[in-house]
Ligand binder design. Structure first.
Ligand code: ATP
Ligand code: MG
Length: 569
């Protein structure tokens, strides 16, 4: 591409709405343009980079044995009602009606459609396993679209779906996809980490997310400093050290004036925090069911774990007003000595291990001591709902856990038979018996991957593209456009780089070299080839964007040097 003819508009100022590096730089380097909240146009440079990511994804998915298809964005409501997700996905879905007032949705994901694609055609175990994927625009009416391409309302996803006759076959494909994802993200030049992930209300044994580590990440990753354990905090576990078990003592109500915080309870009653239990009051925002969540005093409730435990779409803490309405005494709530009515009790699994613990007295300024699970109260649900914190102990190796921010770029998931049962996608095994097809699904946020690559590769001057996904790998710059020799050499090199299949820009604008270098750094071409004073001798400068290193080389060495450096940068 010739810069003089290209549609590239770089900006000097950072647009105010952009908070994180990738968003700022995508806008400043003229790669994307906002239409409305969470919806962007890919301009020529942005689209070239996006296509490179797509092609890496496509190459590796094909290599892994998956086959590309292309499913409709426009999907009838009936299919979503059949799977039961019309209600579950709720406001996240962009819904619309046709002229006959029939409901439709713009696909937020494609489990339903892909299951419909195969349900009448796959009948026998002989047709399995199968892995179908597509690269396509998804629509989600996110509560908070933000950070540019990171969380859009319209974004590009690669979604793959696999179909199996046996669990073992699904396990194999899951591993195959994990290996494939590692190749994809490595090829994109990303530093990433596969982590154990929340399987959602669906349950299921296997779910892994791929996170690009970056301070701007919306997710918290817990990882072990000594072994390879890593998990999203939404699912992370740690080793719990229980207080020694005691003979059960009689419950006593004691005065704890103005003592409602756990630290103060511990101090006032002289009990170890391992013998305290606090009660947190939550509400299922869908059904309005209220839950008393019991957890050891030194732990905090993880709302995603809680959501899964009670099978809710969203949960929230009760407000003071709501507590009052239920006759609960803020700061002194407990499971003992109270008529809970319709309130259900969720006990974190550690609560069962504590003998003679404290609990709120359900009256102002009081606590109970020597309360015991089983003898004094029971729970409707017992589950791990703890939040793991840095400093906790690794269950796997005893090492210390730490935390980092991550951007979820991929998610692989063992679905099982959730969709095939609902949509009646079955196959017949060797013995002629009918079963629901076992499924897996595998997503990559293609546009988010692009933004993540910038998040990890930038400096004060602009983007530093890994050459595998750079819109153009080389920027050929004649230093002085008035010097015919320099211009001729630049043209020659531009053409020979193109002949060799290297994506190249020729900055043939009639501008000062400093101006061109600034744009080149902002756009982030991995390599500049500068045709300057020694052009007449056939010597050029090759500069690496990432390191700032410069080499003087002969024009004949340019291609081989670029090829060599592309492996490294
Ligand atoms: P998140 O937790 O970030 O909302 P998700 O778990 O809902 O994502 P999946 O349904 O697993 O997302 O979608 C697969 C991939 O699509 C994600 O791993 C992510 O990379 C990408 N993705 C999801 N939502 C968005 C979005 N709003 N904008 C851009 N990419 C997205
Ligand atoms: Mg996900």
């Amino acid at each position: 591409m010739r810069f003089s003819k290209s549609y590239i508009k770089t900006l000097k100022e950072t647009p105010k709405e952009a908070e994180i590096a990738s968003h700022k730089l995508l806008l400043r380097a003229g790669m994307i343009k906002k239409l409305t909240s969470g919806v962007y146009t890919y301009l020529p440079l942005g689209l070239k980079a996006l296509k490179k990511v797509e092609n890496i994804v496509r190459r590796e998915m094909d290599r892994a044995g998956a086959q590309e298809i292309f499913m409709p964005v426009l999907q009838p409501a009936e299919l979503w009602k059949e799977s039961g997700r019309w209600e579950v996905m709720g406001p996240l879905m962009m819904k619309l009606q046709d002229r006959a007032k029939r409901d439709f949705v713009l696909g937020p994901t494609h489990e339903e459609v892909v299951t419909d694609v195969i349900r009448n055609d796959v009948a026998s175990y002989k047709q399995l396993p199968l892995n179908l994927y597509q690269i396509q625009t998804k629509f989600r009416d996110e509560i908070r679209p933000r950070f540019g391409l990171m969380r859009g309302r319209e974004f590009i996803m690669k979604d793959a779906y696999s179909f199996h006759a046996t669990r073992e076959s699904l396990d194999e494909e899951f591993d195959n996809m994990e290996a494939t994802y590692k190749r994809i993200f490595s090829s994109c030049g990303l530093k990433f980490r596969p982590v154990e992930a929340d399987s959602g209300a669906i349950g299921g044994s296997g779910s892994k997310e791929f996170h690009v580590l970056a301070d701007s990440g919306e997710d918290e990753i817990i990882y072990c400093e000594s072994c390879d354990y890593a998990a999203n905090v939404e699912t992370a576990v740690s080793k719990v050290f229980h207080a020694e078990k005691e003979e059960l003592k009689a419950v006593e109500l004691v005065d704890t004036p103005n003592v409602s915080k756990i630290e103060n309870v511990v101090e006032h009653l002289k009990v170890p925090v391992e013998r305290t239990v606090k009660a947190m009051m939550y509400r299922d925002m869908g059904t309005d069911q209220v839950y008393m969540v019991l957890i050891r005093g030194d732990y905090e409730v993880n709302e995603t774990k809680l959501k899964n435990a009670v099978d809710a779409i969203e949960v929230e803490l009760l407000t003071d007003e709501q507590l009052e309405k239920l006759g609960l005494v803020k700061g002194f709530i407990g499971p003992f000595g109270i008529d809970l009515g319709d309130i259900k009790v969720v006990a974190d699994d550690t609560v069962l291990e504590i003998t003679n613990h404290t609990a709120g007295g359900n009256k102002i300024d009081t606590h109970y001591i020597n309360v015991n699970y089983g003898r004094d109260y029971k729970a409707d649900i017992i589950k791990d709902v703890k939040t793991v914190k840095p400093g906790h102990v690794c269950e796997k190796c005893g090492g210390t856990l730490a935390s980092a921010r991550g951007i979820e770029v991929g998610h692989i998931f063992k679905l099982g038979t959730k969709y095939s049962e609902k949509l009646e996608a079955t196959f017949i095994d060797e013995k002629g018996v009918t079963h629901p097809i076992i499924m897996g699904c595998y997503g990559i946020g293609v546009s988010r991957t692009l933004a993540s690559a910038i998040e990890q590769n930038n400096d004060e001057f602009g983007i530093v593209w890994p050459s595998a996904i750079a819109p153009y790998v080389v920027d050929v710059i004649p230093a002085n456009m008035k010097d015919a020799g320099q211009v001729a050499l630049a043209e020659e090199l531009y053409n020979s780089l193109l002949d060799d299949g290297i994506d190249t820009m020729l900055d043939d604008r009639d501008e000062r070299p400093g101006f061109k270098f600034k744009d080149a750094d902002l756009i982030g071409f991995p390599f500049k080839v500068i045709c300057g004073k020694k052009a007449a001798e056939g010597i050029v400068e090759l500069k690496i964007r990432k390191t700032g290193e410069t080499f003087e080389i002969s024009k004949d060495e340019v291609i081989s040097k670029v090829r060599e450096l592309m492996k490294q940068y």
